[in-house]
Design a protein around this ligand. Structure first.
Ligand SMILES: CC(=O)N[C@H]1[C@@H](OP(=O)(O)OP(=O)(O)OC[C@H]2O[C@@H](n3ccc(=O)[nH]c3=O)[C@H](O)[C@@H]2O)O[C@H](CO)[C@@H](O)[C@@H]1O
Ligand SMILES: C=C(OP(=O)(O)O)C(=O)O
Length: 437
């Protein structure tokens, strides 16, 4: 279990370049399985989950070439599908959430796809019904072994396009179904589709490969199946969750930070939700400049004067992956805010660690926490903690950087799942953070 030692209470200063988006990269990497031709991808983040998926692709005998930092080519022209039935795959496939998305492209192209119950954050129930109901609608047969926790779908005679209304706008579920449908016979219509920038990017990539997809960016996708897809070149967007993490970090440490090349048009509600906490964000070209919040930041109220609530919703709503970061940032705001995590039922439990550090938080129930900001009149106190999931982990790290004294965070593998080389990048803007093995 890796550990960070963090000496808090220092102002940071400088520019930070966001990495490529974890959740987009996981989709895009799975899409390389859709064609026998070469696919070149740029801006792939060097993070644990992505590297695990690249290992899985390598074991499926995808030819992988590293072309430079973050750039790779992949060619899936001679796959070893027997790997899918191996013990090694059961171990590797269950190591991350994103591995579930190899099923759709394999089912679409080869008529079969298998996956062990995938890993990912333990942040509440994370069911896969939407994925498999979608495949079944496309004509696949489904089996699940409870003992082995192993899922399989097969369609030896190919898939057939159809209309489907998803039971929920699942991000990885939509990606999986679209990747199967692009190679199905006929037209597939998916209503209540998720439409995050991750999915928009995936769909644009598949269009560049020769797929026919209408409605990109909306919750109604219409896909005309094609015989086969060709190679393409694709660049992953900057990681909006990392961008949000740096905004929270800047505010909490009263630091002046510029986040470079953020792709503003793909940030959705993120800037406006941070503004609800009273944080100043300046748009400078495609950068976000956050001035030092020397006089703190004040929670805004709604037009009718009612209590500020920040909650998640499927895109274009506010992403659930930033709520833990909003919560920690609110602990130093002037005013009170309710954080309502609607999607996941175990994602707010990490607040006990912040309470230990002196934050004023009332956990109302598993989904809602009320934060009463200190307005910097009292700083958080350093402590020793363990990172329970990726976003709680980064939130605790932000808390530690703002706290008085030296904190220790264990289980930093959770943070490394999604943040590239985070210690060195933070050191470059002045953070006192050391990685201990
Ligand atoms: C690898 C990856 O891309 N992971 C992301 C993906 O996970 P993932 O694709 O696994 O998450 P889903 O979109 O399937 O659903 C997440 C949770 O939200 C609930 N739900 C979902 C849709 C909905 O309309 N209502 C609702 O309540 C689901 O029941 C589930 O508990 O999307 C999540 C939701 O944005 C993010 O937290 C994860 O970072
Ligand atoms: C929940 C997350 O990731 P995963 O779905 O991979 O567990 C996340 O990125 O915040």
């Amino acid at each position: 279990m890796g550990t960070f030692k963090i000496e808090g209470g220092h102002q940071l200063k400088g520019d930070i370049q966001p990495q490529g988006a974890k959740n987009e990269a996981l989709q895009i990497l799975c899409a390389v399985l859709l064609t026998k031709e070469k696919v070149t991808i740029h801006n792939i983040p060097d993070i644990r989950d992505v590297n695990k998926l690249i290992t899985i692709l390598g074991n499926l005998r995808v030819k992988i070439e590293k072309l430079g930092k973050g750039s790779y080519s992949f060619q899936s022209d001679d796959l070893d599908l027997d790997y899918l039935e191996s013990e090694l795959f059961k171990e590797e496939g269950s190591g991350l959430r994103g591995s579930i998305m190899i099923v759709g492209p394999l089912l679409g192209r080869f008529g079969k796809g298998y996956i062990p119950r995938p890993g990912g954050d333990k942040i509440g129930r994370r069911r896969l019904d939407t994925h498999f109901e979608g495949f079944i609608k496309l004509g696949a047969t489904f089996r699940y072994s409870k003992e082995e926790r192993f899922y399989g779908v097969e369609a030896p005679n190919g898939l057939t396009g159809t209309y489907m209304l998803l039971d929920e706008a699942s991000v990885t579920g939509t990606a999986n179904i679209v990747m199967a449908a692009v190679l199905a016979n006929g037209t597939t219509t998916i209503y209540n589709a998720a439409c995050e920038p991750y999915l928009q990017q995936l769909c644009k990539m598949m269009v560049a490969m020769g797929a026919s997809i209408k409605g990109i960016g909306s919750n109604l996708l219409e896909i005309e199946g094609v015989e086969e897809l060709k190679g393409c070149e694709h660049t992953v967007l900057p990681d909006m969750i990392e961008i949000g993490s740096w905004i929270g970090l800047a505010a909490m440490t009263k630091s002046e930070i510029t986040i470079k090349k953020v792709s503003w048009e793909n940030l959705g509600q993120i800037p406006q939700v941070f503004r609800k906490l009273g944080i100043t964000l300046e748009r400078r070209g495609d950068d976000i400049h956050i001035p030092a919040h020397t006089n703190g930041y004040e929670v805004q109220s709604f037009i009718d004067g009612s209590f500020m609530t920040i909650s998640d919703a499927p895109w274009p709503g506010f992403t659930p992956d930033l709520l833990s970061i909003m919560l920690v940032t609110a602990t130093q705001a002037r005013g009170e805010v309710m954080i309502h995590q609607k999607m996941f039922e175990s994602r707010l439990f990490f607040v006990d660690k912040l309470i230990d550090m002196g934050a004023k938080i009332i956990l109302c129930d598993p989904h809602r926490a009320t934060v009463i900001g200190h307005d910097f009149k009292s700083t958080l106190k350093a402590t020793t903690m363990t990172s329970p999931d990726i976003r709680a982990g980064i939130s605790l790290l932000i808390a530690a950087l703002s706290a008085k004294g030296t904190s220790t965070i264990h289980n930093i593998e959770q943070i490394d799942r999604g943040y590239e080389n985070i210690d060195e990048r933070l050191q470059r803007i002045g953070a006192k953070i050391t990685r201990l093995d």
